[in-house]
Design a protein around this ligand. Structure first.
Ligand code: L34
Length: 293
């Protein structure tokens, strides 16, 4: 079997079309232009690409954006002061601090300082809790993007064996929390595997839907995948340059081999990545809308 390619890029495009209509309506009926403020500390090349793409997507959709690039040696206090300023600014509906942060800054301290009603990443403990109890305001972008790819590709999750490889706070844990909910596009039986799992392959071979979020290039090999499984690849790794000098990317899945075994698979690039950015836009619009009532 050769897998159907699940283009996150195309699905993201469809969602952005829907969002654009909502954004125009917000402006015409309520005089509100959604605003997103993004902070990037340091020079991490991947973070620069992602933040650049976020700001560009804002412009394309008619969302206002503020982009603040801060030096690597920015103090925790200075970053907290910036967030405080954005917390108080009525034009700012969404605040995002790109991760990872430099080691001298306490990530949790920063994330809890963002007003939960502007936390469009869904990383504040209040929003993590709301997600867990099935009453979310903002779902975290990458996990929500994974769920949307499944839903919009007509892939049923109810009663399915979902195996998540990876337990990070930004992907593994939340994607499991979302897919286990008693809700449409969820209702799955979810297993989380991680570095201390005894025999990962024993679990992944049972997966009808496999979510690869280990953070290790090509970690999921064909022998770990059940024939006909749906494979969602969350990883993005830079593995050198193409002939034209562009970054060459790969995911957490050995795509070439696994696509011969899976029934459907997301590519890297063009899979989950573009969905992450689009879900951020969705949350920013949602935050602006919540301001109306
Ligand atoms: N606060 N930090 C915060 N929020 C997030 O949601 C993120 N993440 C992750 C890293 N840190 C964060 C992102 O934005 C990962 N991530 C992200 C965003 C976009 C893309 C990948 C990861 C993306 O657009 N990927 C393209 C390839 C672009 C490239 O690297 O050249 C793709 O097609 O996969």
């Amino acid at each position: 079997m050769t897998a159907k390619i699940l283009s996150g890029k195309d699905i993201a495009k469809d969602i952005r079309k829907e969002l654009k209509v909502e954004i125009e309506e917000l402006k015409e009926k309520h005089g509100i232009v959604p605003g997103l403020a993004v902070a990037l500390v340091g020079e991490d090349p991947a973070s620069q690409v992602y933040v650049g793409a976020k700001v560009k997507t804002c412009a394309r959709l008619g969302v206002n954006s503020i982009e603040k690039r801060l030096p690597e040696d920015t103090s925790e206090a200075d970053l907290l002061a910036l967030i405080d300023e954005w917390n108080k600014d009525d034009q700012v509906h969404g605040i995002l601090v790109q991760l990872p942060l430099p080691k001298h800054i306490d990530e949790q301290k920063i994330l809890v300082s963002i007003r939960p009603d502007k936390d469009v990443d869904g990383f504040h403990p209040t929003n993590v809790g709301k997600m867990l109890i099935g009453k979310p305001d903002f779902l975290p972008c990458t996990p929500h993007g994974c769920q949307q790819i499944l839903m919009r590709s007509g892939i049923e999750t109810e009663g399915k064996e979902v195996v998540v490889v990876g337990r990070s706070n930004i992907v593994g844990k939340p994607v499991a929390a979302i897919l286990v909910q008693k809700a449409k596009g969820a209702n799955a039986t979810v297993t989380i595997c991680h570095t201390r799992t005894k025999d990962i392959k024993e679990h992944t071979l049972r997966a009808e839907i496999l979510i690869a979020a280990a953070g290790v290039p090509k970690f999921i090999t064909a022998d770990m995948v059940k024939e006909g499984a749906v494979v969602i690849d969350v990883g993005v790794h830079r593995i050198g340059k193409t002939e034209s000098g562009k970054d060459k990317l790969c995911g957490d899945v050995d795509f070439e081999a696994v696509k011969e075994k899976a029934s459907a698979i997301t590519p890297v690039p063009g899979g989950v990545g573009p969905m992450t950015i689009t879900m951020l836009m969705m949350n920013t619009v949602r935050s602006a809308k919540l301001r109306i009532k």
